[in-house]
Ligand binder design. Structure first.
Ligand code: SAM
Length: 286
């Protein structure tokens, strides 16, 4: 919601944050949605969709590094990766840093988001779309995983919140689709909201994912513009032990990958699976 050069986030009832709008770079109001990209002196360029902050130049690296490097360094020998959503291009930038990958498929429902972010948030994708391993598919992610004959080693769901087109990416059908197109030893991760503010999202995901995967848990990171505490990332695989990778192996894989990060470290990776008691209690009731 805009009010004399301020953008108010309206995700949570009765609570929120606002950003001073220094310059509006892009704005699209249709009967479905309100999309805006603006400059803010603290967070740089900010993209918001229907009153929900999607991403900012200043802190996007935390989110994209944790949703990419935690599953890929755990897996250790992934060749094919699927990104669902990710229209701002930040996830693609981080995934393409993994030189051992053979293919990176990104399924984004809205070409306009890709085009607009290439223009107004160029540092998010930073040329990643030009990587010859990348295939961009414009489609609904849930439909894609239900129908593709491709198989993947890691699936990353980088979607909007479970409202509108993003809602289907929190459904059992979507998780069933992910199960069907993961290779043996595969890992699926997904953004799952700020647990303190959206506790039912974590419980619902835990219940639904648990039907399709032997191991379903969460890991977390604090991302300043996803207000209300730690953001949880859903983790799903058929082998509960793979996430218990020894620190020395994790550190060795990270060193061998020779890629630069600003948030991710092997120690943060391991620590991110330690969940606060309130979250453990909610999961035990799920
Ligand atoms: N980092 C943000 C967050 O955590 O909320 C989300 C990043 S990105 C902007 C979210 C993307 O998901 C958008 O580009 C949106 O178009 C896409 N998306 C939403 N629903 C989708 C669906 N059903 N299939 C594929 N992409 C979808």
């Amino acid at each position: 919601m805009l009010d004399n050069h301020r953008y108010f986030e309206t995700l949570h009832p009765g609570y929120g944050q606002y950003f001073q709008i220094d310059t509006i770079l892009f704005e699209q109001k249709t009967d479905q949605w309100h999309l805006i990209i603006f400059e803010n002196e603290t967070f740089g360029r900010v993209m918001a969709l229907d009153g929900i902050i999607q991403t900012t130049e200043r802190d996007e690296f935390i989110y994209h590094e944790m949703l990419t490097h935690v599953p890929l360094f755990t897996h250790g020998h992934a060749k094919n990766v699927l990104i669902i959503g990710g229209g701002d291009g930040g996830m693609l930038r981080e995934v393409t840093k993994h030189h051992q990958l053979e293919s990176i498929t990104m399924v984004e429902i809205d070409q306009a988001v890709v085009d607009m972010c290439k223009t107004y948030l160029p540092d998010h994708s930073a040329g990643a779309y030009d990587d010859p391993r990348v295939q961009l598919v414009i489609d609904d992610g849930a439909r894609f995983v239900a129908t593709t004959d491709q198989k993947f080693d890691v699936i990353i769901s980088d979607c909007t919140d479970p409202v509108g087109p993003g809602e289907v990416l929190f459904s059992s059908d979507f998780y069933a689709g992910c199960q069907r197109c993961l290779n043996p030893g595969g890992i699926m991760v997904a953004q799952n909201g700020v647990a303190f503010m959206q506790p039912n999202e974590v419980q619902t995901t835990h219940q639904r994912l648990g039907h399709y995967f032997q191991d379903c848990t969460f890991y977390s990171a604090a991302i300043p513009t996803y207000v209300g505490g730690i953001m949880t990332f859903a983790w799903a695989s058929q082998d509960p032990h793979i996430k218990e990778i020894e620190f020395s192996r994790l550190a060795e894989r990270f060193a061998r990958a020779d890629l630069t990060t600003r948030y991710y470290t092997p120690a943060i990776h391991q620590a991110s699976f330690a969940l606060p008691q309130y979250l453990l209690d909610e999961l035990s009731q799920a």
